[in-house]
Ligand binder design. Structure first.
Ligand code: FMN
Ligand code: SF4
Length: 384
């Protein structure tokens, strides 16, 4: 079986993507101090570009000083950040028609910034940090909307091809759409429409500034796996609002750090050992796809097998397939598949890379161990 669909060109909005493979946003803990882009990140992204990914989505980028998870997260809120982003975009564009999107985030309720309070729609405490976030006033919510719009303008100036809003995994924008973390009574709370308003306002604000030719996509929480949180049925309703608002693409995801307190294996990066565990957001995608109209469905979560990816696309259940961990292990994976080696991704979905992410640069622990073992065996053999 060939991979004609996976490796045929396509579009998001009016932006041509050379194949149907997306690198899902992956925070690598590799920025230089104070959020600047340096050689470590440039090399990592260059490896993805040479490896054949059609659309690279950056790891989460902070849109405000209070938004970052620490000094090593990439930022884009100050003029001084622009030149690094410019360099990154130019580097990626040098590679065979590869496109790059920037993911915007604020940690919201899950923040742990030493200097700033955790801003959120409502003061619902988070056990993980013991912090009760600071509830934003209506005026402050509008100021945050403006910050996302300003970051959008900067991204455009830097030459990014697309923007992705991060509205999943328990962070700021997810906090607004979830009934568990948003108990506001103003225009940004209450009904699904009220809770989703912040996303629509950011979208419309960016469109007002930059027009409809600059695609805006979103990583969207499909379910929280938390009592009183977003259920799958509500996730569909939220996605319909987003699609109708004019977003160019939705990448449905689910869960987060907090959901693990309530339900096992509910991280967005689920662990699994057998092929039956693959493609874990496909059931949601199948339900959502008929309502998506012009909005692309980007399927993420446990995609490991190129033949099943091809089938998902061919059957019309998704418009793109998106991967994170497999590309940490093998940035060259798309080229390998395109070259005819159809064996599944080598990533074993163990999440050791997430463990190292807590302290420093992300790498594939399993690959490193395997390489070290191989090296030792070679040395032992040479000794004999
Ligand atoms: C080390 C690491 C960092 C991640 N950082 C982000 C991020 O910055 N933004 C985001 O939306 N998702 C992030 N994710 C989640 C992935 O984008 C993806 O949704 C998830 O891992 C499932 O896809 P996979 O099975 O292909 O890994 C991260 C995952 C990992 C393993
Ligand atoms: S450590 Fe390596 S093998 Fe394990 S999940 Fe991360 S990328 Fe995959």
């Amino acid at each position: 079986m060939g991979l004609e669909t996976l490796f045929s060109p396509t579009k998001i909005g009016n932006v041509r993507i050379k194949n149907h493979i997306v690198r899902s946003a992956t925070f690598m803990f590799m920025a230089e101090k104070y959020g600047y882009i340096g050689d470590r990140l440039l090399n990592m992204y260059e490896n993805l570009a040479t490896g054949g990914t059609g659309l690279i989505i950056t790891g989460a980028v902070a849109i405000d000083p209070s938004a970052a998870g620490g000094p090593y997260q990439v930022c884009l809120y100050d003029e001084s950040h622009i030149s690094g982003h410019n360099k990154l975009v130019n580097l990626i564009h040098d590679y065979d028609d590869t496109k790059i999107a920037i993911q915007f985030n604020h940690l919201g309720r899950l923040g742990y910034h030493p200097k700033y309070p955790n801003f959120a729609p409502s003061p619902i405490p988070y056990k993980g940090t013991g912090i009760t976030p600071q509830e934003l006033t209506t005026q402050e919510v509008k100021q945050f909307i403006k910050k996302f719009i300003d970051a959008g303008q900067k991204a455009y100036e830097c030459g990014y091809d697309l923007i992705q809003l991060h509205a999943a995994h328990g962070y700021f924008l997810n906090n607004f759409i979830s009934p568990y973390t948003n108990i506001r009574s103003d225009e940004f709370g209450g009904s699904i429409q009220g809770r989703t308003k912040i996303l629509v306002d950011i979208h419309n604000g960016i469109r007002d500034e930059l027009g409809s030719q600059f695609p805006i996509i979103i990583k969207l929480q499909s379910q929280d796996y938390i009592p009183n949180g977003i259920t799958e049925a509500e996730g569909i309703e939220i996605a319909k609002i987003i699609s109708n608002a004019g977003f160019d693409g939705i990448e449905p995801s689910g869960g987060g750090r907090e959901s693990m307190e309530f339900m096992k294996n509910t991280l967005p990066s689920k662990t699994f050992k057998k092929p039956e565990g693959e493609n874990y957001f496909l059931p949601f995608a199948k339900e959502l796809k008929p309502f998506m109209k012009e909005c692309a469905l980007i399927l993420v979560g446990g995609i490991r097998n190129p033949i099943s990816a091809e089938n998902i696309l061919k059957e019309g259940n998704a418009d793109f397939i998106s991967m994170s961990r497999p590309l940490i292990h093998e940035p060259e994976l798309p080229s390998r598949w395109e070259g005819g080696d159809l064996s599944p991704a080598k990533c074993i979905s163990c999440n050791s890379c997430l463990v190292v992410m807590q302290k420093g640069p992300v790498y594939c622990v399993t690959k490193k161990k395997r390489e070290e073992k191989q090296k030792k065996e070679e040395i032992d053999e040479n000794k004999q």
